[in-house]
Design a protein around this ligand. Structure first.
Ligand code: C5P
Length: 228
């Protein structure tokens, strides 16, 4: 079964404060996006990677990814993250009509261990139509109203932190995107709206999302000595 990984990397990375798109920001000697693609391919179960780049930077991104050859394609991304995913998904189906499993992986989670990628792919291949990697929540989480007053304290033991790659049966992901009516922050959220089940597998602390300058410092500290 062909496995295609979609990498939305078309964000500007405003919260990181860098003058270039986040995907191209260097960390541990290479752009974030290069680490992200290496990690996906190191899993040994991904046949094709499709990156959604900032529309005005497709050539620059293609150049940054030249070491991977035709295994990695670059398409112009869209307005919102979900638009970028949709555009990459259309490309995947156009070039590989036999695609069965689709991963959606944030470029920002560039040090996700290959075993997390394999666990997600294995679970989809075993019959789960939607699979997400998760971690337990260690902090107590409060829900607040617009004024910041606490309205609820959800039972922490039932909460999970959600990572990527998220894995899907290709037809389900297409259906989920076709009926999208409001923005969501992850693709599994669209599947939930269809009323379809979403399974979980163990995520990993190393799959942290690099969003702020603090995260960049943490990533450098964790991985600069590592064999990448
Ligand atoms: O904004 P956030 O950090 O949640 O974005 C997650 C991922 O989605 C990032 O890798 C970013 O580059 C990507 N993205 C995209 N197209 C957009 C906005 C964000 O591919 N229009």
């Amino acid at each position: 079964a062909r496995v295609v990984a979609l990498v939305p990397a078309a964000g500007r990375g405003v919260r990181l404060g860098a003058p270039i798109p986040k995907a191209l920001v260097p960390v541990c000697g290479a752009p974030l996006l290069v680490h992200a693609v290496r990690g996906l391919l190191a899993a040994g179960c991904v046949d094709q990677v499709i990156v959604a780049a900032p529309p005005d930077m497709v050539d620059v991104v293609l150049d940054a990814l030249s070491e991977f050859g035709p295994t990695v394609r670059v398409v112009p991304g869209g307005e919102e993250r979900s638009d970028s995913v949709r555009l990459a998904l259309d490309e995947a189906v156009a070039i590989h009509p036999d695609t069965r499993v689709v991963l959606v992986h944030d470029a920002a989670r560039c040090f996700t261990p290959p075993e997390v990628v394999r666990a997600v792919v294995d679970a989809v291949k075993a019959g789960a139509p939607a699979v997400i990697p998760v971690l337990p929540v260690t902090d107590t989480v409060k829900q607040v109203d617009v004024d910041g007053h606490v309205v609820a304290t959800p039972d922490r033991s039932r909460l999970r932190i959600v990572q990527t790659p998220q894995g899907f049966d290709v037809d389900l992901l297409r259906r989920a995107h076709d009926q999208q009516d409001a923005p969501v922050t992850d693709d599994a959220g669209l599947v939930e709206r269809l009323g379809e089940p979403v399974a979980t597998v163990a995520g990993h602390p190393h799959a942290l999302k690099i969003t702020t300058p603090f995260d960049l410092v943490v990533a450098e500290a964790l991985f600069s000595g590592a064999q990448l």
